[in-house]
Unconditional design. Structure first.
Length: 384
């Protein structure tokens, strides 16, 4: 049974693609398995060197860290964004690795497009689009999968003298500004973190299983080390959640569809509406919302701005929930996501992703109930 794990990148001193891969290898990724996976990408003009070095920390101590070095066999031409997309799509990597790798390159492409004022399909990646960046990005995605990391978090990103592309990618992310006379975070490194990580406190308590340190190839004035920590989630029996309720008797009911959309975008866990009779014998809608403390204020703003209510009542309650994870299974119509609900390693529920089944039903003109039945049958012997 494979237990999903949570990982955390500490990047206060900056980050780069090679450093991220280096710390994953240091944390336990098998280099041979990683190299075999990389061979699924149709690129051959490189070799990989993995090296252990000592680096001085800010406290004058030395620690061991891993370098991940991509060495080009020959000079290469610049690639367009569309060429990189085709390269990844034509590879034999698994679908989830392709999707995450392409997500990171899309972040890079958008930033380059804005900085150079070019259409995204015409963007040439210069250094970003070369073989070393492709291998570093794919290796980061593969490495996390090999460690069975499902949830990934990151600290604030250390920056100094960032390039325009790096600044564009950093929009919306927490940063720690350093005063060092060179760039310490690269577009590739920041894109990997933005594409894969959550930038807030870890949702789960974890039991640490391993850690690793990654560094660049040049020893610099400042500590150029990043740290990766990972471990198993500790089962959460209970969590606190807010229950919000309000009665609405003077709003056009067609607005509720849009209201639902806005509330879920703001982080609501669940939204329900019940009908009844209120004061003055008016038809009334009882709106009930579940939301965690982190998103309470955003939901409050939406209630007041998008409905006609003049107030609501709320209370904090405990709730018991099963842990959940998403897996993909193969069907005769293509891949379908399924949601696995479990606790303490025991699976309690497996359910197909409705939207995936709906797409198959429409595409192949098959009754939706038949698609769901088929996916349920394929899911019977699934394991964690």
């Amino acid at each position: 049974m494979i237990i999903s794990k949570t990982g955390y990148f500490e990047v206060f001193n900056g980050c780069a693609g090679d450093m991220i891969v280096g710390c994953l290898i240091d944390a336990g990724v098998n280099p041979s398995i990683l190299k075999n996976e990389l061979q699924k990408i149709p690129i051959s003009n490189y070799t990989i060197k993995i090296k252990k070095v000592k680096r001085k920390t800010n406290s004058s101590h030395f620690i061991s860290a891993t370098q991940f070095i991509v060495i080009l066999k020959e000079k290469e031409n610049q690639r367009k964004y569309t060429e990189i997309v085709n390269l990844i799509e034509k590879s034999s990597l698994s679908d989830d690795i392709k999707r995450k790798t392409l997500k990171i390159f899309n972040i890079l492409a958008i930033s380059e497009s804005k900085v150079h004022k070019e259409k995204i399909d015409n963007v040439h990646f210069h250094q970003i689009g070369q073989t070393d960046a492709i291998i570093e990005i794919a290796s980061a995605v593969i490495g996390l999968k090999l460690l069975n990391i499902e949830s990934v978090y990151s600290s604030s990103i250390g920056i100094s003298m960032p390039s325009p592309a790096t600044l564009e990618i950093l929009k919306g992310l927490p940063v720690l500004i350093k005063h060092i006379p060179y760039e310490i975070s690269t577009p590739t490194g920041v894109s990997i973190l933005k594409g894969l990580c959550k930038f807030h406190e870890i949702d789960e308590k974890i039991s640490i299983e391993g850690y690793g340190y990654g560094t660049g190839t040049k020893e610099k004035l400042s500590s150029d080390i990043i740290k990766f920590i990972y471990g198993k989630e500790i089962d959460k029996k209970e969590e606190e959640i807010y229950i919000i309720e309000t009665n609405i008797d003077d709003m056009n009911p067609v607005i509720f569809e849009y209201l639902y959309e806005k509330l879920f975008q703001a982080g609501a866990t669940d939204v329900s509406v019940f009908t009844g009779i209120g004061k003055k014998n008016r038809p009334v809608f009882n709106l009930q919302i579940m939301v965690n403390e982190e998103n309470f204020e955003k939901v409050k703003e939406i209630i007041f701005s998008e409905t006609t209510t003049i107030g609501f009542r709320y209370q904090k309650e405990d709730r018991i929930i099963l842990q959940r994870k998403i897996k993909e299974i193969k069907t005769k119509w293509g891949s379908v996501k399924i949601k696995i609900s479990f606790y303490g390693g025991k699976i309690y529920n497996i359910s197909p992703e409705y939207d995936d089944c709906k797409k198959i039903s429409k595409k192949f003109k098959i009754p939706l109930k038949n698609v769901i039945t088929e996916v349920n049958n394929l899911s019977k012997n699934i394991s964690m």
